[in-house]
Design a protein around this ligand. Sequence first.
Ligand code: DQA
Length: 154
Amino acid sequence: MRVLVLNGPNLNLLGSREPEIYGSESLDDIEAVLRDRAEQLGIELDFLQSNHEGALIDAIHEHGDWDGVILNPGALTHTSIALADALSATGLPAIEVPLSNVHAREPFRRHSYISPVVWGQIAGFGFRGYRAALHLLHQRWTERQAEGGSESGA
Ligand code: DQA
């Protein structure tokens, strides 16, 4: 199984950026936690962060032989129809993982263009959300394999 993990603008600042909201873990810490868990589950990870919307879209278009996507688009969550369209076009199961509980913050953070095209959202659990998403995608993939079916649709 192979999973793409995408991180959007300003997430390269994790650790020093408003730690009371986003936690004290850096993006490298999050990647290390995920790689560790991925190895235990036999999952190959592609992990990417960009501050540029187009770079994130290009990465999705590359559409390696991924079986799922975990993404935290940062503020692009609330603005990017283009990113949502790119994700939707893959037909892959994806999980949106905002670190903070966006529903308990400013009203503009409650709306996500991404949510309608993903399997689900895990919000407010910090880096643990990424780890939970990896488990959920793995579980789904394992179930589909057992059914002998192929993956399609979010
Ligand atoms: C975020 C929430 C967004 O509203 C914000 O713009 C971010 C981080 C989160 O992980 O909680 O950059 O995606």
